[in-house]
Design a binder for this molecule. Sequence first.
Ligand code: NIG
Ligand code: FE
Length: 418
Amino acid sequence: MSKTLIKNIGTLAGILPAGKKRLCGEEMAHLETISNAWLTIEDGRIKDFGEATNGKCEAANGEYDTTIDAQGGTVLPSFCDSHTHIVYAGSREGEFVDKIRGLSYEDIARRGGGILNSADRLHELSEEELYGQAMRRVNEIIHKGTGCVEIKSGYGLTLEDELKMLRVIRRIKETSPIEVRATFLGAHAVGRAYAGRQAEYVEHIIRDMLPAVAAEGLADFIDVFCDRGFFTPEETSQLLEAGAKYGLRAKIHGQELADSGGVEVAVKHGALSVDHLEAMTDRDIELFRQSNTMPTALPGTSFFLNMPFAPARKMIDAGLAVATASDYNPGSTPSGDMKFIVSLACIKMRLMPAEAINAATINTAAAMDVSNDFGSITRGKVANLIVTEPIPSIDFIPYAYTMPIIRRVILRGKEIKE
Ligand code: NIG
Ligand code: FE
């Protein structure tokens, strides 16, 4: 049994009682902390923690294989990131420049760029090369403090290439210390071979792709880009019903480009989350209120596309739980920096620092159904932790919005070295 002690913790933050799976409305404004703390880890899980009296970790007496000196820094639960597309080929900076020139995200998609551009590039790469590119990004986000990530397919858009993406995600699961959940997103855009035949493409997903994905056990969840110019609520409904037959819970891209019914269909199917929500309405707030579906804001996307932000403040004021995620992808936000997402949530969506940290930890963990094991400092949870340099307060985290304050990263109780 391996035992680790973290001592000299200036502030231990993000403490929650066992069984608390999400924070709603006013609860989000509270971040439980202990000053001058210690924390112990046994076999990769948080064993105990408390306040050090007279510099001594009294309740933590005993023998440890490893002692980590936090040197007065703050210890937080690792970020969780419930929405990414980090398995992709190459990059799309040409479209970034087109957007500066005035083209919209939808203009680019209509010209055959966007998601289809990434699908063409992914088709050219071997599984090995794709894994290599994706692992660079996985290691990047680990060092930026993410300990649990959801990764979507959706740049394959053919049976073979969707399976290629999902096998790469499985290999990441097997080889990286980060916790991974895989989402099948065959309905991200209509594959080129089916141009002009969207209904047939939906049928192809249901008839051919889903059974093959399920046969290899490659996905935990199913996603659909339910929005103007992409898939309709009716098609989304068919796809979610088909996914449910294989035990895949839904996570939906919705209400990004227009008020297009994404929340309604998602809630109807008991989706885990609806993500984006930049164009959501007051009616959607009511729908969320009557469900367990987690509204998930992606402020990095709004920032990068220079578009409106999801009304997260309004949702919290209405008593809802709100999660954030990075949406790391080559087109609408090529960054998986969750600390920056916390800053954007404060600066652009007017969340208080504690709310933004809760959105980026416990609530985003709930949006991928892992909050029993991740997303807070709780006895028994997986010891995925961030140790910062000494900082004056929790508010300093979003305030210092480009400062690399994370000094150490611990995943499953083990420090990850450079
Ligand atoms: O979440 N909105 C749909 N899909 C991605 C973007 C994908 C892309 O442009 O490559 C998103 O923003
Ligand atoms: Fe996305």
